[in-house]
Ligand binder design. Sequence first.
Ligand code: GLN
Length: 482
Amino acid sequence: MLDKTLAELAQGLATGEFSSVELTQNYLDRISAEDGTLNSFITVTPEQALAQANAADQRRAAGNADAFTGLPVAHKDIFCTEGVRTSCGSKMLDNFISPYNATVIEHFNRAGAVSLGKTNMDEFAMGSSNESSFYGPARNPWNTDCVPGGSSGGSAAAIAGGLTPAATGSDTGGSIRQPAALCGITGLKPTYGRVSRYGMIAYASSLDQGGPMARTAEDTAMMLNVMAGFDPKDSTSLDQPVPDYTLKLNDSLKGLKIGLPKEFFSGEIDPQITAQVQNAIREFEALGATVKEVSLPNTHLAIPAYYIIAPAEASSNLSRFDGVRYGYRCEDPVDLEDMYKRSRGEGFGEEVKRRIMVGTYALSEGFYDAYYKKALQIRRLIQQDYVNALSEVDVIMGPTTPHPAFKLGEKTSDPVAMYMEDIFTISLNLAGMPGISVPCGFANGLPVGLQLIGNYFAEERLLNAAHQFQQATDWHTQTPGQ
Ligand code: GLN
């Protein structure tokens, strides 16, 4: 039961092969058995899960089940969940029980989904390895000495380890796609504004986007059907109709034009990754696609621009954590200033403090034009690169990451080396377009991800291409320990 995809589990529920309560109990047992090692959950909610499963079984018995009713999922601990701790991976929110649900959570509740709990993540989604979590790192099920990627590392590790069939994530610079690649699963960053950010704790608001993670493209399509949609509570949410993302999965890829950006195949990249990605591209050619080289000439500026814009927005967003209204407050403050200083000093971890300091500096008077404004100008150039390339081709493809999963501790003392792991994912957030990572092979026994990038609102096309690839290959069916 635990190695089935969401689509297969939905079938099993529909035919009565098993109930949602049985299914949920199986996953809860697996979490109890395995999560001591993987540390992929921050909070497990067995009672709530079984109550939701029971309600889902009754709904099905009454003939009102939807496609998602009774299916278990886990949520990145960045999504506010009413009555359940929402920590964002931080000591600052270790005691925070959210009084309301994020819109995404409301959508899953309405669909009758079962929430198994909240998954581990880098503190405030800042990181690429899950090592900045206050709760300790999640581990990669393919090799528990290795990181699962980040910041949605708990979601990716939980799926790859068979602890949940699917999970939510958020992607500000690669945090869905990069851990998906490192754990050998499928992860989609939707178009900016496609999925509501209401109740998803803000890191860098102009870049943050929630999205689905699962074993297959078909499963991420099922997830996106639940997650996507206009939300009047999020002013950046887009009022565009939501198609049924599962409908076009089987369209033919004949004539699909694929662009390979030359900048994604040069520089610091593991040759085994390049080789696996090239094999995958040949598979697409066999499916009827054509390939040409394109250029994204400003790729090398993406990391510097991102590491001004994201910290600048973060420094503003995180000013709300002051020990006054909710979250961590230091012991015995002598006065108000002492309370602010020590609550923030003790509540935030090292990486978060680094970002707040960089962001505050970049926004300060006198430096604003030199850093922040310049970064915004570069952002526009990067976006134009994608618009130009996507006027020539339907989909851009390349590696999701330059390396497979690295060892725990390997990059923690060198923040810039860590930042470089997002070299192929970060520019897409600056442009606001959608991207999906799918498993396409192995390097030294560790999964490799292929990234597919499309134009604004091209999620259907990306899911179609990814699904066809998965129909022709079996990388996505491999599980650790086989
Ligand atoms: N690794 C990048 C960062 O630390 C991206 C993280 C994310 O997408 N949330 O900012």
